[in-house]
Design a protein around this ligand. Structure first.
Ligand code: NOJ
Ligand code: CA
Length: 703
């Protein structure tokens, strides 16, 4: 164990329990965290291989109507321990995950107020996490957080991949810039999609990926965000010090806590190899083990859906525009005039079910199946949807029976419109309805400003709601894929029926405006650190004008790269988002989407650089097939891959779906070439990805 005391024990009469500064090292000794109380202020710093990751940084919290928990502390006691265990996720990138760390618990006392606060550090080979703990005590029970002041002092003007701090949206394109440039680039960074609650010209969201001039990759995020508000980072760009900035509630407070309790983990990942950022399990490891005894009902899902027709194609979720001026609750839809542009109808849904059955998909998502969509846009009241009443052209029993007869399930959709009490009021009945008709997964959504008004998407109250929805779903054996909910922080380890989240800019924006070509080379370093994303890849028609003459969008990716995303964007829930008519034109390329698994025994990141390229190889769960995906940014990428992860005794056939030599995400995105090649563990593959391009490879043993 690499835990050394840097000073000999300080044992004086009357100070028998005063401990000294401590250094905790990672199991391999490369990461070191130094903790001390300096002039009464808890302070830490961090190094990797002797290089500075975090300069001395202060820790503490400011409270409402109570003395602060910032200074006046003394170190009462420290405890160190080592932990090493290997666990198996219900679904994941690898079959086994090792959780190996050295821990320091620093027990602090504020003599003037008689209050206690502990700070727990866990130091891993690939980074560290710390959290505040408030033990049961006499002088601190109920308290309100005004602000958390956890500092992360950077050792230079690093390059960062960031999105604007915002209490209500994460759906931004990433900006790559120096830390010192954030304030100058903020206006440009938010024009695409700012909500009203972007808070500071130097405020950014986590997970924040950085790179230092001396080649370190540093990532700051949080783990196990439970009963607390979500953390942003505000940068003091004179001194390059980040400080935590929590999401407020409607009163401006940032958390209502009751001891005994603790904060989420604040995480700092570090390596000199970008690939280690992607293979790290630090965030999952800092979450609690699975809370459910029986997980047999939790199954990865590959799905198609009645979706892109509305998102990209301009069709409607609603059954009618023709909304009479009567209360929605009493509206008789059979007397309204349908506009005939409602894809969630019996005939169309059956077409998707047939397509799913023919091509081996598990589920069909249907959005716009339920009443309420006409009423949403006014959103003048708490009541919008009831999540139970289908439109007249959606026969819920017939369609579920039809799907089940073909071995397919329908996926439920609950757009809450951010009306939280309305959703909670109907939740039990809505989940019961799902059980009745045989649904086992729901895509939920939280579009728009929150009701109650003034609450924010990432505040404590909402974070409690998202987890409540997941835990209640588990009682019904239902898996949840929540869009617009708070960014994930590894809670899927504890609650693996949280099978996906959106919580970032997804493929839908390709149809609205387009995403930066580099977007999918950044997301795995940032958004995906906390858990899988329902990115909805698989768009084969990039020219959105061909889909909808009114569209302003363009899918900034080649077709080959759309295939690669099923490998590079790890998720146990993957959609093939385009429409059957388009897939029918490209059946040879579609074969990759049919083949690619959504659950894995092993994963290797072969090449990676944020903003430039990611190449991942994964081994199918319980099988011998391997799949490789490459996504690249504006400059394209040349790969030189060793296949040394293959079984040395075996011969394989690789099917390579590559960009054609003249492919380009803007001018020639559908140019691809499919070839076959015999390979072994000794093969090297040289492949070229076009600008905004990529490649996908399936590798199957020849037996
Ligand atoms: C936004 C979600 O991201 C999208 O997938 C969904 O179709 C719409 N909201 C409507 O709920
Ligand atoms: Ca969204």
């Amino acid at each position: 164990m690499h835990i050394d005391r840097i000073l000999p024990a300080f044992l004086l009469a009357g100070f028998a329990f005063v401990a000294n500064a401590e250094v905790v090292k990672s199991p391999d000794g490369k990461v070191a965290v130094d903790f001390d109380v300096k002039n009464g202020v808890p302070t830490y710093s961090m190094t990797f291989d002797g290089k500075t990751v975090i300069k001395p940084s202060a820790l503490g919290l400011e409270l409402v109507d109570a003395p602060n928990l910032i200074d006046g502390f003394r170190l009462k006691d420290t405890k160190t321990s080592e932990f090493d265990e290997t666990w198996q996720p219900v679904w994941g990138e690898t079959r086994d995950i090792r959780n190996h760390y050295n821990e320091l618990l620093a027990c602090l006392e504020q003599p003037e107020t008689g209050r206690l606060m502990n700070i727990r550090f866990r130091v891993y080979d690939d980074g560290m996490g710390f959290r505040y703990e408030f033990p049961l005590q006499d002088n601190l029970t109920y308290f309100v957080v005004k602000e958390e002041h956890s500092q992360f002092a950077m050792d230079g003007d690093h390059t960062a991949w960031w999105i604007a701090g915002d209490y209500d949206t994460q759906e931004y394109d990433y900006t790559e810039s120096k830390l010192s440039e954030i304030r100058y680039k903020m206006a440009e960074a938010i024009t695409s999609n700012a909500s009203q609650t972007q808070f500071s010209p130097t405020g950014v969201q986590t997970s924040l990926q950085m790179k230092t001039d001396n080649g370190l990759y540093i990532n700051i995020h949080e783990a196990a965000l439970v009963d607390y508000s979500c953390m942003h980072l505000n940068l003091d760009d004179k001194n390059m010090v980040f400080e935590s900035w929590l999401t407020p509630d409607a009163q401006g407070n940032k958390g209502h806590l009751q001891a005994p309790t603790h904060s989420p983990w604040r995480t700092v990942m570090v390596s000199d190899d970008a690939r280690d950022m992607l293979s790290s399990n630090l965030i999952l490891n800092l979450n609690d083990p699975c809370a459910y005894e029986d997980t047999s009902w939790i199954k990865p899902v590959k799905y198609v859906g009645v979706w892109w027709e509305m998102i990209g194609g301009g069709k409607q979720w609603s059954y009618t525009y023709d909304l009479p001026s009567v209360k929605l609750e009493t509206l008789d839809y059979s007397k309204t005039k349908p506009h005939g542009q409602h894809p969630a109808n019996n005939e169309n849904v059956k077409k998707y079910i047939d397509f799913a059955a023919e091509h081996g998909f598990d589920q069909v998502l249907v959005e716009g199946w339920n009443i309420g969509w006409e009423d949403w846009f006014g959103k003048s009241k708490d009541y919008v949807f009831d999540f139970q009443t289908p439109y007249p052209d959606f026969d819920i029993k017939m369609l579920n029976d039809y799907a089940h007869s073909k071995g397919v399930k329908l996926m439920m959709h609950h757009e809450t419109s951010g009306s939280i009490r309305n959703y909670e009021r109907h939740m039990e009945a809505a989940y019961n309805l799902m059980n009745k008709y045989g649904y086992n997964s729901v895509k939920s959504g939280y579009v728009g400003n929150m009701i109650p008004r003034g609450e924010h998407h990432y505040g404590q109250w909402l974070n409690n709601h998202y987890l409540y929805a997941v835990k209640e779903a588990a009682k019904h054996k239902i898996m949840v894929n929540a869009h617009e909910a708070v960014r994930p922080t590894g809670l899927c380890r504890t609650y693996p029926n949280l099978i996906g989240n959106e919580s970032a800019r997804g493929t839908e924006y390709e149809s609205f405006a387009g995403n930066k070509p580099s977007h999918t080379t950044v997301l795995p370093f940032t958004r995906l650190q906390g858990g899988p994303m329902d990115y909805t890849p698989g768009i084969f028609e990039m020219d959105m004008k061909k889909v909808n003459p009114n569209s302003q969008g363009h899918v900034n990716s080649t077709l080959a790269r759309q295939l690669a995303l099923y490998v590079t964007m790890y998720s146990p829930l993957q959609m093939a988002a385009d429409v059957p008519e388009v897939y029918n034109r490209f059946m040879d390329a579609f074969q990759f989407i049919k083949d690619v698994p959504v659950d894995w025994d092993d994963s290797h990141y072969l090449e990676a650089e944020p903003g430039q390229y990611i190449v991942a190889a994964r081994k199918a769960k319980g099988g011998d097939d391997w799949y490789i995906g490459c996504t690249s940014g504006e400059n394209g990428h040349v790969s030189d891959l060793s296949l040394d992860f293959l079984d040395p005794g075996k011969k394989y056939e690789a099917t390579i779906y590559a960009d054609a030599p003249d492919a380009h995400y803007l001018t020639n995105p559908q140019a691809y070439k499919i070839s076959k090649k015999k390979v072994t563990s000794k093969t090297r593959l040289k492949l070229k990805a076009a600008p905004g391009g990529g490649f996908a490879i399936s590798i199957k043993p020849l037996d």
